[in-house]
Write a protein that binds this ligand. Structure first.
Ligand SMILES: C[S@@+](CC[C@H](N)C(=O)[O-])C[C@H]1O[C@@H](n2cnc3c(N)ncnc32)[C@H](O)[C@@H]1O
Length: 400
């Protein structure tokens, strides 16, 4: 075991770590599945980014070399039985048996390796701001630089695209992938995802943005025409698909096919309409970052039922957000979606940074148990009606 720590210590000292994974939790009930460590540069200081991968979320923390050593010493072998350490010179694997017996394997590296110090922030450059639509959409200057006041939006959509890409890569699709962006607004996310997928996927992408404000829809469709995005002879063509904006409510939208449904900050119950649209059209993926949460807050205020937490206005507001989204997640589970709730971007970018990710599965769901959880939550907070849960049952005998 000490031999392993010596190797870790020397690779920290000579800055040769490429990556390291701590896996195989000692406790079978551990929610923390593994920890992924990589070197990063933070304000020109070498640091190590620890990504703690839990069952339903990831958390990251940065440590310097000394702290990294302390962290790993605290975690191995008490919490994790396996460590894989990849350095510029060798691959080191530590396996600790159930009885605590360590085995160390080392393999010299033959090829030339490089380290990647890019912080997650830098990986966000998934779209090319010099494409002409970005200027026309108001994200960039004429020469393709993201304007100061649009930096946060740019980061937000890049992060969203990164997450959608990650989830899509684990999903099987036909040769044409139909995606709908609900409450598309000015179309930033719609364009970003379309640009990314058409340049990174070998499939036809059919993208539709649904937006209730006619002036926005007209403007954006005009930009699509001006840039000739889908005309194969155009200079900036990204023709491996189609993109168009549809004027109308999410509720009235009738897709010919729907594989992936996305919604970024669709106001209040528009997120519920979006989720329901995805469920009803059997979307493989439903990925929403909700916004506002007024409906449930009103319900909670109306009931006058408060507890030690919700008697404080600010907590009532926060609790309303959590309950709204928890019930949304449960509704997705009820409808056969394996659901994750995660933060998709730092809170200083937007406080509305929760992302609901639902993947359709074939697994049988204990609907009664899920419905009971929804009912219990609603009762606890005096909620008579959750918009999505109610509408799931509208015109439907079995809630589907
Ligand atoms: C906060 S904006 C977000 C826009 C965009 N998704 C983004 O993040 O940049 C919400 C958008 O949803 C649209 N919207 C709200 N309710 C809608 C509904 N029921 N049907 C269609 N669009 C809706 C609004 O007009 C607005 O443009």
């Amino acid at each position: 075991m000490e031999k392993f720590f010596e190797k870790l210590d020397s690779s920290l000292r000579n800055n040769s770590i490429i990556k390291m994974t701590l896996s195989k939790p000692v406790s079978k009930n551990s929610e923390l599945r593994n920890i992924y460590v990589k070197p990063i540069l933070l304000k020109n200081n070498k640091m190590y980014q620890f990504t703690y991968r839990y069952e339903r979320r990831d958390e990251t923390k940065n440590f310097d070399a000394t702290q990294t050593m302390e962290q790993v010493r605290g975690l191995v072998p008490e919490m994790f039985q396996n460590v894989s350490l990849f350095t510029l010179m060798e691959d080191v694997t530590l396996l600790v048996s159930k009885k605590g017996k360590p085995t160390l394997m080392c393999k010299k590296v033959q090829e030339n390796r490089e380290q990647d110090f890019s912080h997650d922030h830098e990986k966000l450059r998934l779209i090319d701001p010099t494409n002409p639509w970005w200027h026309l959409l108001g994200l960039t200057t004429r020469d393709g630089k993201v304007t100061a006041d649009m930096q946060h939006k740019y980061k937000q959509i890049c992060k969203y695209v990164e997450i959608v890409d990650g989830v899509m890569r684990q999903t099987k699709f036909d040769d044409d992938i139909h995606i709908a962006d609900m409450g598309a607004g000015k179309g930033y996310l719609t364009f970003a995802l379309y640009e990314y997928l058409t340049t990174h996927y070998d499939k036809k992408i059919v993208m539709e943005g649904v937006e209730i404000r006619p002036e926005l829809v007209a403007k954006i469709n005009n930009i699509i025409d001006t840039c000739n995005i889908t005309r194969s002879d155009a200079i900036h063509c990204i023709a491996n698909g189609t993109i168009r904006f549809i004027e109308g409510s999410i509720e009235s939208y009738k897709p010919s096919k729907l594989d992936v449904l996305i919604a970024l900050h669709a106001c209040d119950t528009a997120t519920d309409d979006a989720i329901l649209k995805g469920i009803r059209n059997n979307a493989k993926l439903i990925i929403c970052a909700p916004c506002c949460h007024k409906q449930i807050r009103r319900e909670m205020e109306r009931s006058g039922k408060t507890d030690a937490i919700t008697r404080y206005g600010i907590f009532l507001e926060r609790q309303a957000v959590m309950i709204t989204d928890a019930i949304r997640a449960l509704v997705l589970e009820y409808c056969g979606y394996k659901t994750q709730v995660m933060e998709f971007i730092e809170i200083d970018n937007t406080p509305k940074n929760v992302l609901l990710v639902g993947r359709k599965t074939d697994k049988l769901v204990d609907k009664e148990a899920v419905a009971a959880q929804i009912k219990a939550l609603m009762e606890q907070y005096g909620i008579e009606e959750h918009y999505l849960w109610r509408n799931l049952w509208r015109n439907s005998a079995n809630g589907l």
